[in-house]
Design a protein around this ligand. Structure first.
Ligand code: NAD
Length: 731
């Protein structure tokens, strides 16, 4: 069986069907390219064939993208010259797709055969780049289908002609959101955007494509016609000029230049727009090779595509039977509880939402109603869906309603006494098998588990706020947590379609353990007289969504002060953050509590819009005349986090570096271009990292002391993925 097969009809239409054996969705492999080419050659040479339809044998989808092994294989194609291998491999794909696009026409656009793409549904990446090379794209009216080029999301860009063709088809302005944001559309929206040409009823898909072929259409691509002009104007046209100035500003504003793929994509678009089509493809291939040779792209693909998916599929799930949740209890209908109830009901679970007072429980439930209303307004939900979702949530004060719950998640006040009382009362109301989870962000799970007589069924399920937006869920295993509880938590996270990491219990678990030193390093620099704008911009230029000071404003100063007091009480004389606390406590005393108070490190206008940094900060902590070098600031911010990640690995809090990397990007936006803390250390190399630790320790203090593990790895020139990657894969 091959991935592509062809059937020539008596009506003169050859149907090429893509149907990769054993896969639920087609992916393009290295081996399938020549098969496709052979079939196209055969059909074009056969006088009985009038035209070709390329479709898929999979129900509801055309293709999900390229098998990522293709990139690895191309790199090996030219011996020890991976860039040449990539360039050759890409130019080979271009020649096959160009053959489809020319359909056998001569230089004068005479002769040839029309080729249509018929998409039963989802068409992503190469799954859209092949259709873009065809003469007309038919899509089945399948509202669940997603059509687009999401490559930029994993640190690459469409490199099989998709970039060049989409810009030529839609103009730079029209193609921008699709290429730069990886925006996916359902078929109808894809038609409105101009990506597909026709949306037809699913059961008429092939018939409509055939009808078009047999109508003897003209099918020369606009860019193969003399006098072609790019929609909206090429770069030197006044209108085109504005588009490119705008796009360049937007990309740099959004990415701060930290993401190589976005820059390379823009270059490919801009330079490609100045030259004839075939040269543009070559330029696209050069920039794509450039991106694929950048360690950032392989790190991003590894973390955001391969490993993220592996974790979602249960890479670290204990081998126990299915533990899907049917009925979940949510204790506390505050900010977190309301969000947890929402995402659970959206996933089809029955939810019991409990608070101390009925009004509080109702208010928590109304969060779902408001969320659904917003969805209806944006055309993303329906009244029926709203009613169905709300119908799944019972808001009550009555613990008896918990009967039959197989999972209860507690999100009451962050107070061990309150949590213990709630735990006991819940356990009286539920069956013996029920798993009890706490959403605490700071309290040790093992301690909280003492309130339960079944600590093996007690676990941490730590959500991030806002629950419905944040894609990561951190699962925390207490000392006595058993495999059934872990499986339940992982299955639940899978049901709500988020990404889990599972870590062991320790102060602040994994994520907050790394975020806090990042924030603290930023605040410490303020106390040293470093310009606040330098601190935040240094982080943004590393690819963090917000700098540490802005992050404190968003999460609130009083939360920081509360955590600082609790940590200080727990650590006693070992407490390392005096200088940071001085700033935090002073801000708290001044009522500069952050965005929620309309006053924090930043000033805000009456509508809550962020203005500049608060002048009072510079009065209290005058800015030093000599400001540090940007790289020094960036390294302080980076090492503060990555050394915590290494310590978490060293101490066994993290068991799998994939979780450390994926978790860091999804939880707090750790420089996604780097692939995560461990990938970043691998990019800079452990020997250099250890050397920098020594320099930073000397200049700024013991918190930068090189962890023993990193030192040992540096001495042996080991990388994290070299040493721990295969273990992770075997797990
Ligand atoms: P919140 O104050 O908004 O909500 C807590 C809710 O619990 C309130 O509605 C309160 O009435 C209810 N409650 C208190 N005692 C109760 C009891 N005995 N029985 C039933 N309900 C009771 O707090 P929140 O921000 O939603 O945080 C809840 C938990 O989630 C805390 O443990 C917190 O550490 C954790 N958490 C918070 C965040 C965050 O960003 N806010 C993030 C992760 C985890």
């Amino acid at each position: 069986m091959t991935d592509f097969t062809m059937e020539k009809g008596a009506d003169g239409v050859a149907i090429i069907t893509w149907d990769v054996p054993g896969k639920s969705m087609n992916v393009m492999s290295m081996e399938a390219w020549p098969v496709l080419e052979g079939l196209v050659d055969d059909a074009l040479a056969d006088d009985a064939v009038k035209g070709i339809v390329i479709t898929s044998g999979k129900e509801g989808s055309f293709a999900g993208g390229m098998d990522l092994n293709v990139i690895a294989k191309m790199k090996e194609m030219a011996g020890d010259n991976p860039a040449q291998g990539l360039m050759d491999g890409l130019m080979n794909m271009h020649s096959i797709l160009r053959k489809i696009e020319r359909g056998g026409m001569d230089d004068k656009n005479k002769g040839g055969k029309p080729i249509a793409a018929a998409l039963p549904g989802t068409a992503l990446g190469i799954g859209l780049e092949i259709p873009l090379a065809c003469h007309r794209i038919f899509a089945a009216d399948n509202p669940k289908a997603k059509i687009g080029l999401p490559e930029i999301m994993v640190g690459i860009f469409p490199g099989a002609g998709g970039t060049t063709r989409l810009v030529r088809k839609l103009g730079a302005m029209g193609a921008s959101p699709l290429l730069l944001e990886g925006k996916l559309n359902d078929p109808k929206k894809a038609k409105t955007a101009g990506v597909v040409d026709e949306v037809v009823p699913a059961d008429e898909l092939i018939a409509k494509a055939k009808e078009w072929i047999l109508s003897e259409p003209t099918f020369v691509k606009p860019w193969d016609e003399k006098g072609y002009k790019m929609p909206g104007g090429a770069p030197y046209h006044p209108a085109g000029f504005m588009t490119f100035v705008g796009a360049s500003a937007m990309v740099n504003g959004k990415t701060q230049g930290a993401f190589p793929a976005a820059k390379a994509l823009l270059s490919a678009v801009y330079e490609g727009a100045l030259v004839p089509f075939d040269t543009a493809l070559k330029i696209e291939a050069r920039w794509f090779t450039n991106v694929l040779m950048n360690p950032s792209s392989s790190a991003m693909i590894r973390s955001l595509f391969i490993n993220k998916e592996a974790l979602e599929k249960g890479a670290n799930r204990p081998d126990v039977p299915d533990h899907k949740v049917k009925k979940v209890g949510v204790m506390g209908a505050g900010m977190m509880g309301a969000g947890i109830a929402l995402v659970s009901a959206m996933a089809g679970m029955e939810v019991v939402l409990i608070d101390q007072k009925q009004e509080a429980a109702d208010k928590g439930k109304s969060y779902t109603a408001d969320y659904m209303d917003k969805g209806i307004k944006r055309g993303k939900a329906t009244e029926e869906k709203k009613e169905k979702t709300l119908g799944l949530i019972t808001a009550t004060t009555d613990y008896a309603a918990l009967e039959g719950c197989d999972l209860v998640i507690e999100a009451v006040f962050e107070d061990p006494g309150v949590k213990a009382e709630v735990t006991k009362k819940v356990l009286e109301a539920v069956g013996d098998d029920c798993i009890f989870a706490t959403n605490t962000s700071t309290l040790p799970i093992t301690e909280l588990a003492k309130a339960s007589d079944k600590p093996e069924q007690f676990i941490g399920i730590h959500f991030f706020s806002p629950v419905e937006k944040m894609m990561l869920v951190e699962i925390i295993k207490g000392k006595e947590t058993g495999p059934r509880a872990v499986a339940k938590a992982l299955d639940y996270v899978r049901q709500i379609r988020k990404t889990p990491i599972a870590v062991n219990d320790a102060r602040f678990f994994y994520c907050n353990r790394c975020i806090i030193p990042y924030i603290n390093e930023g605040i410490r620099m303020v106390s040293e007289g470093v310009a606040p704008a330098l601190i935040d911009n240094a982080a943004r230029q590393l690819g963090f969504p917000v700098g540490p000071l802005q992050l404190v404003d968003e999460t609130s100063i009083d939360l920081g002060a509360k955590i600082a007091r609790a940590t200080r009480a727990a650590m006693g004389d070992d407490y390392p953050d005096e200088a940071v606390d001085e700033v935090i406590f002073w801000m708290e005393g001044e009522g500069r509590l952050g965005r929620k108070a309309n006053a924090g490190f930043f000033d805000y206008d009456e509508k809550g819009k962020r203005q500049g940094y608060w002048a009072g900060l510079a009065e209290k902590y005058p800015q030093a005349e000599d400001q540090p070098d940007l790289i020094e600031v960036q390294h302080r911010l980076m090492f503060a986090q990555v050394l915590e990640a290494v310590r978490a690995l060293e101490e066994g809090v993290l068991e799998d570096i994939r979780e450390g990397d994926v978790g860091a990007i999804l939880a707090w936006g750790f420089a996604p271009w780097s692939g995560g803390p461990f990938s970043w250390l691998d990019i800079i190399g452990t020997p250099y990292a250890a050397e920098r630790c020594d320099q930073l320790t000397e200049a700024h203090g013991a918190r930068f002391t090189c962890p023993d593990l990193l030192r040992e790895m540096a001495d042996k020139s080991q990388s994290f993925y070299g040493r721990f990657g295969s273990q992770a894969e075997a797990a």
